[in-house]
Design a protein around this ligand. Sequence first.
Ligand code: FRU
Length: 534
Amino acid sequence: VTVKQTHRTGFHFQPPKHWINDPNGPMYYNGIYHFFYQYNPKGAVWGNIVWAHSVSRDMINWQALEPAIYPSKPFDIKGCWSGSVTILPGNKPIILYTGIDSEERQLQDYAVPKNLSDPYLREWVKPDNNPLVFPHGVNASAFRDPTTAWWEDDGHWRMLVGSRRKQRGIAYLYRSKDFMKWTKAKHPIHSKEKTGMWECPDFFPVSLSGTNGLDTSYRGPNLKYVFKISLDMTRYDYYTVGSYFRDKDRYVPDNTSVDGWDGLRYDYGNFYASKTFFDAGKNRRILWGWANESDSKDDDVDKGWAGVQAIPRSLWLDPSGKQVLQWPIQELETLRGKNAEISNKVLQSGENVEVGQGITAAQADVEVTFSFPSLDKAEPFDPSWVNAEKLCGQKGSTVKGGVGPFGLLTLASEKLEEYTPVFFRIFKAPNKHVVLMCSDATSSSLKTTGLYKPSFAGFVDVDLADKKLSLRSLIDHSVVESFGAGGKTCITSRVYPTLAVFSNAHLFAFNNGTETVTIDKLNAWSMNKPQMNE
Ligand code: FRU
């Protein structure tokens, strides 16, 4: 295969070629980060799935190793699908993953390092007592993606497996004393009708205060739980914040959290099958997610690769307790090179300014804070506008508003034939304001066939008392990954410009509202290339 370079990313996680999907079993072990992922060693389409393996000291520079798990035994001969790592007492990692057997049944298997004194844990073995869990009493074609297990002081481990019964999405709970013999609990830890298959469940505690993460087995006061599922029907990752009732082994979302696809998402764009892990090195919880392509299968085969991982994000509970906050790991900042700065620049209604001249706008990190003198001109909000993506589709970046739309035009060609706007629009509702954040791929590429160009959008639950809104965008050739209001709402777009490539890509700030907007401060950095699995 020749790998086409135009849309390959500079600093996002990618192997040199071929297809990738879900992040698997991320962990921090003896000073090294391990990352596994679903990988097709034979081509740029899904299939022949193995667990590819890379290691890093900073989650930014990566060294590729041999695949850790690949089909080799009756219990995984047709595929080694997603799963998680648990670090057992005595500092012993163990992988739980879904194996596909010759009858296409989904089983839960395990693997352990062959040699714990190899710092890279290159080789993994699958002991003969596999599989650990057969699909008894469950749908054998919808029974997969085991979570990191947690330990309870009744002496039993717990883990979850995603599933469905008819159209009810389910996270089954299994218990074990020795990690080898697992018994299904009478009740799932959580389920919801009409949501379809729950892929890649994730379940972990978050602290009620501060940004530190907690070990998945942590117990104590002053915490809540986050429960995440990947909905096969919509291809987004949804989460709720709630409580874990240990006496009944049930998770119950708070009444401020909504289950299913009306609920909160980690990301309102291309971000799926995500998974967190507790980084004991820096006491934080890290989120990994797959940023799948928005081009066609033929395009993927032609370019010789498909899929990247979003930049790992620190994740913690918002002080409101109603949602999580996400922010790119601080290590990313080590890649920042040449800088361009703007401060106190007024953007009149309809004004565009080029920012960051002299930086590599196709491979950049941008942080900006906008302010506005008043909210009086905000457009009225129609309460029937419940679908953010639809609203963004109707009121794109060029449709004049009151306060907003304002934001960035990323991956823009010089004369704006192509651009991916990331922006805010503020509405007035009775007693409050509604903030819409969009990452709109509609005008991202002049290519007219085979591309999915959605107007991704989410609402931002932010206090506007200080009349400011902040935005950070990580721009990387075919990825624009944005964080609104300090990580309250995140949107990742995959786009494929034809003109706005390499040194022909530009970055602008714009204001298409009638109200004036000021760039309080903007910093844009060229991003250097890390070592990436070469
Ligand atoms: C999610 C998923 C998982 C499965 C894996 C197979 O993208 O479908 O449910 O384990 O991918 O590659």
